[in-house]
Design a protein around this ligand. Structure first.
Ligand code: DX5
Ligand code: ZN
Length: 235
C-alpha cells in the first residue's frame, strides 16, 4: 500500500538566529520530523549542537525530534538526549561494537524512544546484520557525515535496496531513512529503492521558499514510490 515519504528537515541548515520561525515554517509545510545533527568534532570534523538545543526544541514543537548522533561516545551521552526529549535517536555503527550497539538500542527503547542505527557511505550494509531485527529505523548516509550542502553519493540507492531486502529476509520492517544531498533529483532514486524518511538540509532551508521546496521533494519522492509499487504489481 502506498505511504507517503516523510521529510525530516535538518536544522543544521536553518537560520539559528530565527530557529523558532524556521521550525514553525517546516511544521506548517508538513514536515514529519525535526532532524537534529549532533556532531562532536571527533567522530566527524565538525562541531554543532547538543543536549541544550534538544531541550529547547522540545518546548518549541510537537514534531518528533529525530536526533542523529555523530559522536564517538554515544553510550555516555544517550541518557542526556533521551531526558532532553529526543523521540528517535540514531547511533552510528562505526562508533560502537556489536555489544555497544545492542546496549544503545536497549537504552533508547527503555526510554520509550525509537532506535536507529546509521551507516556511513563506506560501511557495508552487512554491518546491520546483528541489529536489523531490533531497530525502528536504519539511516543510510548518502554523503560523508559532517557537513550539509554536499552532493549525493551515487549508488546510495542500491544500498537502500539491499538493506530493504536484508530486512525483509528476516521479517523485519524498519523505516529506512536517507541523509545527505537529498533534493528533487535524488529523492526519487532512494524513494523508489525503498526509503521512507528523507533528511533535507540545504534543499529546504537554502531555498527561497522552504515550504514549496519541501513540498517539491515530497511530491517527487512520492511519485517515484507510486511508480515503484506499480511496477511490482505488474511484475
Ligand atoms: C550530514 C548531516 C546531514 C546534513 C544534511 O552529516 O547528517 O543531516 O545536514 O544536509 P543536506 O541535505 O544539505 O545534505
Ligand atoms: Zn543527519
Amino acid at each position: 500500500m502506498f505511504e507517503p515519504v516523510k521529510i525530516a528537515p535538518s536544522i543544521l541548515s536553518a537560520d539559528f538566529m530565527h530557529l523558532g520561525r524556521d521550525i514553525e515554517l517546516i511544521e506548517r509545510a508538513g514536515a514529519g520530523y525535526v532532524h537534529v545533527d549532533v556532531m562532536d568534532g571527533h567522530f566527524v570534523p565538525n562541531l554543532t549542537m547538543g543536549v541544550p538545543v534538544v531541550k529547547q526544541l522540545k518546548k518549541a514543537t510537537d514534531l518528533p525530534l529525530d536526533v542523529h548522533l555523530m559522536i564517538s561516545n554515544p553510550l555516555e551521552q544517550l541518557p542526556w538526549f533521551l531526558d532532553a526529549g529526543a523521540d528517535s535517536v540514531t547511533v552510528h555503527a562505526e562508533a560502537l561494537d556489536a555489544d555497544g550497539l545492542a546496549r544503545a538500542i536497549a537504552a533508547i527503547h527503555a526510554a520509550g524512544a525509537s532506535a536507529a542505527v546509521s551507516l556511513k557511505p563506506r560501511t557495508a550494509a552487512g554491518a546491520l546484520a546483528p541489529v536489523i531485527g531490533d531497530v525502528d529505523m536504519v539511516l543510510v548516509m548518502s554523503v560523508e557525515p559532517g557537513f550539509s550542502g554536499q552532493s549525493y553519493i551515487e549508488g546510495s540507492d542500491a544500498k537502500v535496496a539491499r538493506i530493504a531486502e536484508m530486512a525483509r529476509a528476516v521479517g523485519a520492517a524498519p523505516l529506512i531513512q536517507v541523509d545527505g544531498g537529498m533534493g528533487v533529483k535524488t529523492a526519487p532514486l532512494v524513494a523508489a529503492a525503498g526509503a521512507d524518511v528523507l533528511v533535507c538540509g540545504n534543499a529546504v532551508f537554502a531555498a527561497e521558499d522552504p515550504a514549496a521546496a519541501l513540498a517539491a521533494v515530497q511530491a517527487a519522492a512520492d511519485e517515484a514510490r507510486v511508480a515503484a509499487l506499480d511496477s511490482v504489481k505488474e511484475a
